[in-house]
Design a protein around this ligand. Structure first.
Ligand code: SF4
Ligand code: SF4
Ligand code: FES
Length: 235
């Protein structure tokens, strides 16, 4: 048996979020997502949280587990529970408006994502032959293609918590993925967007984002590469 301290908030009856404790059975190999399912299915069906794939792919179950942003489906009970520690805390990610329990409003996060043109832009006629890209050119943005848009990075960033409009690390990762793609032709536009007051210069290089990323993306390094591209106006 373990204790799960869970932040609960029902906007229809609560003035503010509060913590509730649940004593539940768990195996060392259970994922945190299993614990939430247990609580929802056997104790309180009103518990609200997002999840879909349960395999670290869809990015929908980002949450604060013992104060650190993680995916509920990627953390095991044995990662947190020891002979001395028999409890854990689970809270919603920070910096986005809270809807209910672990569910936050992701729209501001997606607005920032959309603002950096996260899609391929090319000009001129459709090519008549395959667009060849060297292995070296592909490697330049390989890391940032792995993003699953979970928001763990952006909602662990102290600058994002405090600055209303900071675009946040996930949006910069999305921009990086196209800025450094040799086939894309809108790098200058994206760099212009990221050079404004709410853009890349807000980053204080504290590495919270890199630590939080469940895909192991070197988020802070990607941000540094975008800063360098802006400083030297060279991709
Ligand atoms: S490195 Fe930059 S973007 Fe990442 S958490 Fe720190 S301030 Fe935020
Ligand atoms: S960079 Fe990592 S932490 Fe940030 S949204 Fe993408 S996958 Fe999630
Ligand atoms: S449920 Fe899809 S990433 Fe966790």
């Amino acid at each position: 048996m373990i204790t799960v301290k869970l932040q609960r908030f029902n906007p229809e009856i609560d003035d503010a979020p509060h913590m509730e404790s649940y004593r539940i059975p768990a195996l060392p190999t259970d994922r945190i997502l299993n614990l939430l399912h247990y609580i929802k299915w056997y104790i309180d069906g009103s518990l609200a949280f997002r999840r879909s794939c349960a395999h670290g792919i869809c990015g929908s179950d980002a949450m604060r587990i013992n104060g650190r942003n993680r995916l509920g489906c990627k953390v095991l009970v044995k990662d947190l529970i020891t002979d001395k520690v028999n409890e854990m805390t689970i809270e919603p990610i920070k910096g986005l408006p809270l809807h209910k329990d672990l569910i936050v409003d992701m729209e501001p996060f997606f607005d920032a994502f959309r603002s950096v043109m996260p899609y391929m832009v090319t000009h001129g006629n459709e090519p008549s032959r395959e667009w060849v890209q060297s292995i070296e050119d592909r490697e330049r943005f390989d890391d940032t293609t792995k993003c699953i848009m979970c928001a763990c990075c952006t909602t662990s960033c102290p600058v994002y918590w405090s600055a209303d409009n900071y675009v946040g690390p996930a949006a910069i990762v999305a921009a990086h993925r196209f800025i450094f793609d040799s086939r894309d032709q809108a790098a200058d536009e994206r760099l212009e967007i990221l050079s404004d007051a709410e853009g890349v210069w807000r980053c204080r290089t504290t590495f919270n984002c890199t630590d939080a990323c469940p895909r192991g993306i070197q988020v802070t390094q990607a941000i540094q590469e975008v800063k360098r591209a802006l400083m030297f106006r060279r991709i």
